[in-house]
Every structure is written in structure tokens, then in C-alpha cells.
Design a protein around this ligand. Structure first.
Ligand SMILES: [Zn+2]
Ligand SMILES: [Zn+2]
Ligand SMILES: [Zn+2]
Length: 89
């Protein structure tokens, strides 16, 4: 766990610009919080929620290490229908 958090801290220091891939494949660039995070995106209204994925971070580092990779980055977006859109049905 210590390694995971060190890596997250490094990414935060670098202040990476978020690239946000839409479901149709188009890439959007947006300035999000500096801390690495993921997104839940409503495919109906476009609402975006920033979420943490500690399990994903651990998995990414573990699988990369297993294959001898370093300096690994990843992007993960989850698409669905938000609560407001479901309520509007
Ligand atoms: Zn974001
Ligand atoms: Zn929505
Ligand atoms: Zn991540």
C-alpha cells in the first residue's frame, strides 16, 4: 500500500492534465483536481463524478510489476446513467 500512495503523490506533484475519453472514442481534455482519480460519466446528460479507485491502482501496479513494466499510467472511465436521469424516466 505504501508504494501505491507514493506513486499517487508523485502524479499529484506532476499535476497531470486529465484526458477524458468519451464512450464514442473522442478524447476530451479537462483540468480536474491534481490528484489522480477516475470518472463516472452519465452517457445521457454528461454529468461527471470524480471517484477514487484504490483497488484499480493496486491492480495496475501489481500487473505492471508482474510484467516488468515501470512508469505505468492508466485511464479509466465508467459510463452509465446517473441517478437524476433514471429519476426522470
Ligand atoms: Zn476528473
Ligand atoms: Zn444523467
Ligand atoms: Zn487510477
Amino acid at each position: 500500500m505504501a508504494t501505491v500512495y507514493r506513486n499517487l503523490g508523485l502524479m499529484a506533484e506532476l499535476g497531470e492534465v486529465d484526458t477524458l475519453a468519451r464512450e464514442d472514442g473522442e478524447t476530451l481534455y479537462r483540468r480536474c483536481s491534481d490528484v489522480h482519480h477516475h470518472h463516472l460519466i452519465c452517457r445521457q446528460c454528461g454529468r461527471t463524478v470524480e471517484v477514487d479507485g484504490p483497488a484499480v491502482e493496486q491492480w495496475a501496479i501489481a500487473v505492471a510489476t508482474e510484467h516488468g513494466f515501470s512508469d505505468v499510467t492508466h485511464q479509466l472511465e465508467l459510463f452509465g446513467r446517473c441517478a437524476a436521469c433514471q429519476a426522470a424516466d
